[in-house]
Ligand binder design. Sequence first.
Ligand code: SAH
Length: 394
Amino acid sequence: MDVVLKPGREHSLLGRHPWVFSGAIKTVTGQPARGETVNVVSAQGDWLARGAYSPDSQIRVRVWTFEDEPIDAAFFERRFARCLELRKRLALVWPTRAFRLCNAESDGLPGVVIDRYGPWFVGQFLSAGAEANKQAIVDAAQKVLPCSGFYERSDTDARAKEGLDPSTGVLAGKEPPEFVEIDDNGPRLLVDIKRGHKTGAYLDQAANRREVRRLAQMNRGEVLNAFCYTGGFGLHAAAGQAQRIVQLDQSAEALDIARENATLNEYLNDFEYIQSNAFDELRKLRDAGRRFDLVVMDPPKFASGAKQLDNALRAYKDVNLLGAQLCKPGAWLMTYSCSGHMTAELFARTLSAALADAGRDGQVVQHLTQGPDHPVGAHYPEGLYLKGLLLRVE
Ligand code: SAH
């Protein structure tokens, strides 16, 4: 079955961008089912790529390959072997640690996210093509790296756009326990694979958590970890001998795990847990005169689409204004945005405005981003979503 493009619409594919939008398509021969493999052909009849058809999505085809090769078990195995080789070369593959094995489009497998926690795989099948090839994908991943079990966490909004319902459960092997313990490059971390955020943990921040440990070591002071989830950044601050660590999140469940994580690691640092809306609590802390040597701000995605960007910008400015005010003179502010629609430049400008309104000066000393197991495909700039800045706040 062929998807034939309108004249002149082959350019992005020739540049190896993996998406075909519905507006670029002239005709579809045959009636491909959801997720079925189709050829993409130019108006002149030149073969361009092979991808998965998604009848309900604006992104009508997601490209599996630009080579003339069948999309079968061997194809997925080759892809995963390449994924694993990269992570091994980055020294990220250890039996007790966690890493992302496959980062979807950026690893040449659109809609396929696979994370590894110790001996467990956790997968998200986010596109029609990923769903249609689920069994082959699960089998191939295990061939490349055996596991105790493969658990599905396809319970994200992204599925709806592809005409897919949420889906969770065991796809192979055993059911993971309630908590899987991983070594987060030092601190041990309990991960709730079945109910936690994303696939259980924020693996994209792993390298940045290490950076907090380093900064805390130089300082040994007071750390505020806002939007802390299960406490990761705060645990690294504790490992770096920070004196006092405030873990703030609105989720009681997340904070319970954060507490257990501190106990598990037998940290004797002074921990304080605050379950509250950060927008209110940061104001309260400021008005109470609390000040910190390091403030970490890792909020959830405030903009899930271009339409929410204006409101999101206000929210980012608001929390960072408060974050800056909570800094002692010369303190670090480590701040993030994981909204894909927020560009690095826009984020830097938002921080500039936040500092100005806070009446503070500062310097950006580091640009931070998602870790190397979350690579960005050279032809897929959309894969870059995590922007971070480390500022010294005067
Ligand atoms: N830094 C964490 C991940 C943070 S995810 C890590 O490295 O593991 C974002 C967190 O923000 C979630 O735990 C969510 O519960 C919390 N959150 C979302 N909105 C919030 C709000 N308004 N106030 C406080 N916490 C919030």
